[in-house]
Write a protein that binds this ligand. Structure first.
Ligand code: GUN
Ligand code: FE
Length: 438
């Protein structure tokens, strides 16, 4: 599927581009050009001159909509196969579905097939950057990094670390974790388009020693650190039972050095005022996972309220508690869940499409301190998702014409999402997925 790297290229289509203030700009027709390094050299609604276009291979998609490549900040590669199964509360769902599935990754053949399928599926949904948990198996992690490089996706991947309260086949210990992480960092961190992520699963499955190690390694190597926090009331109670000296769940991670500006904290639905102040102070990111929060009945995070508190926020699919790898689907659910919260909470918790799509692109890029992706501008990377909105539930031409502004087309893309809507995905100007013949 991948085209040759290092070509000068371009795209002419409708373009939706997030701005710095959480809004979107709409261009009915615009042109993007990029150089051999995949960096954008031209972005304008005025067409370039023949001279400016010379030497570029131009993709003409005037009936389609280009968005910056979507960024998924929290998901689980080994869980994709059982997405949609076993809706229950978090802890029984982990025991009955998640742990047995993750144990299967002891088999390299399973790891290879699932990794290939996972990255292809991300690209087919327009996701160009993914931050994902793997399993505890070193060999499966190596396979995932190799497959990510083959697929061409920007992949931030973490060996999922657990040294207690999970089945024996998922356990590691601090000594082994240190060795495994050193090996993966040496081989894959900042290689190809990949980065290593330090990944203590959550406090329930990690000893104090393991959490300390995670804090140290993520600081020493300046990697991201991902974990879960305050997703479910039983999880919170159990965490406080295991760490009786801690003032709160967030304080547990803070005590062991796991809260810093590269920490991605999944969920965070039930965080107290004090915990949010601590997290804001540490500049850590809370990653909202609305589909998952709905599926497991975990609760509804008041995204816009926390935005007003100046917390750093992200958005992720959290497959398989989330049942779709599509960030467009996630954006839709983000707006729908926010309306429910606003209805019951009597507060201004509403999130509109523009906010949701901004979060899925430029907002998530900022959360992982990538100012080279997430929007279109000269000098940024040409990471692009091209969407064919005529693939929504069919409308007659006549009907379609009544709601044909680009803003209306985008609303259709989000709310009448079709799984085959993304037709082309590019990273650094390189075609990494094409549903169509190019
Ligand atoms: N908390 C700890 N592990 C997990 C997981 O795999 N999924 C979700 N949703 N929450 C978790
Ligand atoms: Fe998760």
């Amino acid at each position: 599927m991948r085209s040759k790297i290092g070509k000068k290229g371009g795209l002419i289509s409708a373009v939706v581009n997030p701005t710095d203030n959480g809004r979107l700009e709409f261009f009915d027709k615009a042109c993007l050009l990029w150089n051999e390094q995949g960096l954008i050299t031209y972005f304008s609604p005025s067409m370039p001159t023949a001279d400016q276009m010379a030497g570029h291979e131009i993709l003409l998609r005037e009936n389609m909509i280009a968005l910056p490549g979507l960024i998924d900040l929290h998901t689980h590669l080994p869980q994709y196969e059982f997405a949609a199964q076993g809706a229950a509360a978090l802890l029984p769902w982990l025991t009955n579905y998640t742990f047995p599935q993750e144990a299967r990754f002891a088999d390299d053949a399973v790891a290879e097939l699932q990794s290939l399928n996972f990255f292809e599926s991300c690209l087919s949904q327009g996701t160009t950057t993914v931050v994902a948990y793997l399993t505890n198996h070193l060999s499966a992690a190596e396979i995932a990094f190799e497959e990510a490089a083959r697929a061409g996706i920007r992949a931030y991947l973490g060996l999922t670390l657990m040294d207690r309260n999970v089945p024996p086949e998922l356990l590691t210990d601090a000594r082994r974790a240190e060795k495994d992480m050193a090996s993966l960092i040496g081989k894959y961190h900042n290689k190809a388009r990949s980065q290593f992520v330090v990944t203590p699963r959550f406090a329930i499955s990690c000893s104090a020693e393991l959490l300390s190690l995670c804090g140290e390694v993520s600081r020493a190597h300046q990697t991201l650190l991902q974990t879960h926090i305050s997703e479910n009331q039983h999880e919170i109670t159990e965490t406080l039972r295991l760490f009786p000296e801690a003032k709160s769940y967030a304080a547990v991670y803070d005590h062991y050095g796991c809260l810093h500006e590269r920490s991605l904290l999944g969920h965070g639905i039930h965080l107290s005022d004090d915990e949010r102040l601590l997290i804001r102070d540490r500049r850590s990111v809370i990653v909202h996972c609305p589909v998952s929060n709905n599926f497991l009945g975990s609760g509804i995070m008041p995204y816009s309220r926390w935005q007003k508190e100046h917390l750093r926020l992200g958005l992720g699919t959290d497959v398989a508690a989330g049942y779709s790898l599509s960030m467009l689907h996630e954006a839709r659910q983000m707006t729908e869940m926010a309306k429910l919260r606003a209805f019951f909470d009597d507060e201004d918790c509403v999130v509109d499409i523009e906010t949701a799509l901004s979060q899925a692109t430029i907002g998530n890029a900022r959360a992982i301190q990538r100012d080279d992706i997430g929007c279109f501008a000269i000098g940024k990377r040409a990471d692009i998702a091209v969407v064919d909105d005529s693939r929504c539930e069919t409308l007659s031409d006549e009907e379609r014409n009544h709601y044909a502004s680009l803003k209306e087309r985008l609303a259709r893309v989000v709310y009448r999402h079709h799984p085959e809507m993304v037709t082309l995905t590019l990273i650094d100007g390189e075609i990494v997925f094409a549903r169509e013949k190019t």
